[in-house]
Design a protein around this ligand. Structure first.
Ligand SMILES: [Zn+2]
Ligand SMILES: [Zn+2]
Length: 340
């Protein structure tokens, strides 16, 4: 497939999309009602439908008995760690193997023309982004994801929070399912903004940002505190009246969904003429420029409201540069205090 029909390539070989991502249509005016249908399809298919399917598999097949989960024990905790670990190995690993190892589509639709394996660096364990990211995924990322999962399930199993039934609250719970991606985006923006404050950035979030050119294994390559805060989005379902199935969906959306921002390709070629949109561009720009796009794709356009939105356009670039210039000027401003 010719990726230049959809975007442009610079001298270094980095590809960028011609059409810039837009915030969710319901924030644009005038309201275009025809866009609702298109939005709904994109909202559900394929990524959120995938998270629902994975969650139903957990719920019906993989979760231990609720009686077992009343009491904390290593056997079911380790089982959940193993389930998450295998799930991530299959999902992230297959994309990594096909597009990064076998390089099925070369650098077509790839934002950065280089592959991480071509760029050894001292910031990574064993100087390898792939080994570093893989090990951190299993030693930190999935460990603290599982911890959040254990807190969520154990609390519901013991009846410490209300467990709303589908029979009695079908509309409320359906609405809550519909809102899960929005809850995710707001929570992610808030904790992400928090870990970009200087102290937490230096000691916590810089681990994730070492991967300036992310690949799937970068997704959950995080400091323990970051992975806990990130997955803690599921714990909102202990605060708002909910059902553990929705809490679990919220959690899987964070764990499995972390992949999206780190695919590195704008589109994955499935067949000669079918592609899968990765929705990776906005977060790719965050890894490239650090101080833009703290949230997601603009479902809730917090970045736009706070002036940190960068969609890859010339205007986005200028906005960012103006902000940097202001920041530098602020830092260089001589103190107005008169020395005594
Ligand atoms: Zn990231
Ligand atoms: Zn960041």
């Amino acid at each position: 497939m010719d990726d230049l029909l959809y975007g442009t390539r610079n001298k270094r070989g980095d590809w960028s999309p011609r059409q810039h991502p837009e915030v969710a249509f319901f924030w644009s005016r005038p309201l275009d009602l025809r866009a609702w249908g298109k939005f709904l399809i994109g909202y559900i298919w394929p990524w959120n439908a995938f998270h629902v399917a994975v969650t139903l598999l957990y719920w019906n097949v993989l979760l231990p008995d609720w009686d077992t989960m009343k009491t904390l024990s290593w056997s079911w905790v380790l089982w959940l760690y193993m389930v998450n670990g295998i799930g991530i190995f299959l999902m992230y690993g297959s994309i990594e193997a096909i597009y990064y190892w076998k390089r099925k589509q070369g650098t077509r639709f790839k934002y950065n023309a280089k592959f991480p394996s071509e760029q050894p660096s001292d910031v990574f364990w064993f100087k390898s982004q792939n080994i570093d990211n893989f090990l951190r995924t299993y030693l930190s990322g999935i460990v603290f994801w599982t911890l959040v999962e254990v807190i969520l399930l154990w609390t519901f199993a013991n009846g410490y929070v209300p467990w709303l039934s589908w029979a009695q609250n079908p509309y409320y719970l359906a609405l809550l399912v519909f809102l899960t991606p929005m809850i995710h985006e707001v929570h992610f923006f808030l904790i992400h903004r928090l870990i970009h404050t200087p102290f937490l950035y230096k000691w916590v979030h810089s681990v994730h940002h070492n991967s300036v050119n992310p690949s799937p294994w970068s997704s959950l390559s995080m400091h323990p505190l970051e992975t806990f805060l990130y997955h803690a989005v599921a714990l909102w379902h202990l605060v708002i009246p909910s059902n553990p199935l929705i809490g679990l969906l919220q959690l899987n959306m964070a764990g499995y969904g972390a992949l999206n921002g780190h695919i590195g390709f704008d589109k994955l070629e499935l067949t000669d003429d079918a592609t899968l949109d990765s929705h990776a561009y906005i977060h790719y720009l965050h890894h490239k420029y650090f101080e833009v796009n703290y949230g997601g794709d603009g479902l809730i356009p917090l970045d736009q409201w706070f002036g940190t939105w960068h969609d890859g356009s010339k205007e986005g670039q200028e906005r960012m540069e103006a902000r940097y210039a202001k920041k530098v000027a602020r830092m260089n401003k001589p103190s107005t205090e008169v020395p005594r």
